[in-house]
Design a protein around this ligand. Structure first.
Ligand code: PMP
Length: 409
């Protein structure tokens, strides 16, 4: 009987947006959802994206299906952009040349995570997937639903508002060989704290010795430095390991939701670096077999925007890069403005300045977050993660004052 079905709990992040919409306080602030807002609190379309859409509108003569894994042009653009670092990573270039990278367009980052999780469940013997504690809540949900067994590794120590690197290494060392391991490429969600190049090297040593299979999630490429070509240090290192035969294979989930503002267009990709061109052929055929009965083929509007921008190297591509840089600098500006306005007498806020990306991981308790909501109409998730794109010149002082009051009392 349908009436026997229990009510599922609402999504934590989207539930907050619903409560925010209902609130009549004119000073209300939404720090829940991880989508960009400008200094007037409004969502944006990147002007370069709008121009690409105008070109498409004038030129498009059909809306036919793309291939099961998207079209070759989109796949090649993604490969060159990420693995070859636009002609700057010789190791990545060799992997592409040798047909050792299989790329499929997917339904944004979430879709790519689900496709790779289904693929690993089908073809990888070890079902355990190690994920950082904390991680984006949907990681755990996607992996579980796909039949994998997520387990946390130490990452962040909330009491110190800092990475817990010693524990991180220890908790990986204590694992059996052969697990899958999820790595956030940059702008770790929710903490905003990334490993340094040297720390990555130490972790990669463990990954090699434990024969873990690295699965990289890159949802915020560009948000750490403002330049997407600079935010792929981990991928360059992985390519080097593969080139030196120290690592056989890894996978990467990627999304244009945040860095091109294509959220609802659902545009992303999964890439699997393989050990040989024969392996690539088999993997590509199996990805097709896996995707076809789920959604048949990916949506085309977003991927055509990506293609249009990347195919215009002299104007649209540099325009997009500078628009992305401006978005990231606004986020960095509000991050420092919030920091400046916070009362540091009883609470050390220095961690805010070390964090990168769309979020600040405040370290506030669930009780404090609830007080912010009830007394000040400031809406954020109860883990103390604030999506800082909701902050602007007009509300930063009100927000800092509200935080100062709940921290003091
Ligand atoms: N991974 C992480 C860490 C994310 O934060 C997000 C978006 N919140 C995604 C993947 C997927 O985003 P999308 O499906 O919108 O591309």
């Amino acid at each position: 009987k349908w009436s026997d079905i229990p009510l599922a709990p609402p999504d934590k992040i989207l539930g907050i947006s619903e409560a925010y919409v209902k609130d009549t306080n004119t000073k209300k602030i939404n720090l829940g959802v991880g989508a960009y807002r400008d200094n007037d609190g409004k969502p944006i379309i990147f002007p370069s994206v709008k121009k690409a859409e105008e070109i498409l509108l004038a030129k498009e003569v059909e809306k036919e299906y793309t291939g099961i894994t998207g079209n070759k042009n989109f796949q090649n653009i993604v490969k060159n952009f990420i693995f070859n670092n636009s002609n700057k990573d010789a190791n990545g270039a060799k992997l592409i040349e040798a047909n050792r990278i299989v790329t499929s367009q997917t339904i944004s980052g979430t879709g790519s995570l689900r496709v790779i999780a289904d693929f690993l469940n089908r073809f990888y013997t070890n079902k355990k997937i190690l994920v950082p504690k904390p991680t984006w809540a949907n990681h755990v949900a996607v992996f579980k639903d796909a039949g994998l067994a997520p387990e946390f590794y130490a990452y962040y120590e909330t009491s110190k508002n800092d990475l817990d690197f010693d524990n991180l290494k220890q908790s990986l060392q204590s694992q059996d060989e052969g697990s899958i391991i999820l790595l956030h490429a940059c702008c770790h969600n929710p903490t905003g704290m990334d490993l340094t190049a040297q720390q990555w090297d130490e972790v990669l040593e463990i990954i090699k010795s434990k024969k873990f299979f690295p699965l990289v999630d890159m949802a915020y490429q560009g948000f750490a430095s403002g330049d997407p070509f600079k935010d792929i240090g981990l991928i360059r290192r992985l390519n080097e390991l593969v080139a030196n035969d120290e690592l056989k294979s890894y996978a990467l989930c990627q999304s244009f939701a945040k860095n091109m503002g294509l959220y609802g267009e659902r545009t992303g990709s999964i890439s699997i670096v393989t050990e040989s061109s024969d392996a690539s052929k088999a993997i590509e055929s199996q990805l097709k077999k896996l995707i076809r009965p789920i959604y048949s083929s990916p949506p085309i509007h977003g991927s055509k925007i990506v293609e249009t921008i990347f195919n215009d190297e002299n104007s649209l591509l540099p325009e997009w890069l500078s628009e992305l840089d401006a978005v990231v600098s606004r986020l960095n500006t509000v991050r420092s403005k919030l920091y400046e306005n916070l009362d540091k007498t009883n609470y050390n806020w220095d961690h805010l300045l070390k964090q990168r990306g769309m979020f600040v991981y405040t370290g506030l308790s669930a009780e404090q977050v609830i007080r912010l909501r009830n007394e000040f109409s400031v809406y954020a998730t109860e883990d103390g993660r604030f999506s800082i794109s909701g902050i602007n010149d007009k509300n930063v002082e009100y927000l800092a004052d509200a935080i100062n009051q709940v921290v003091k009392a």
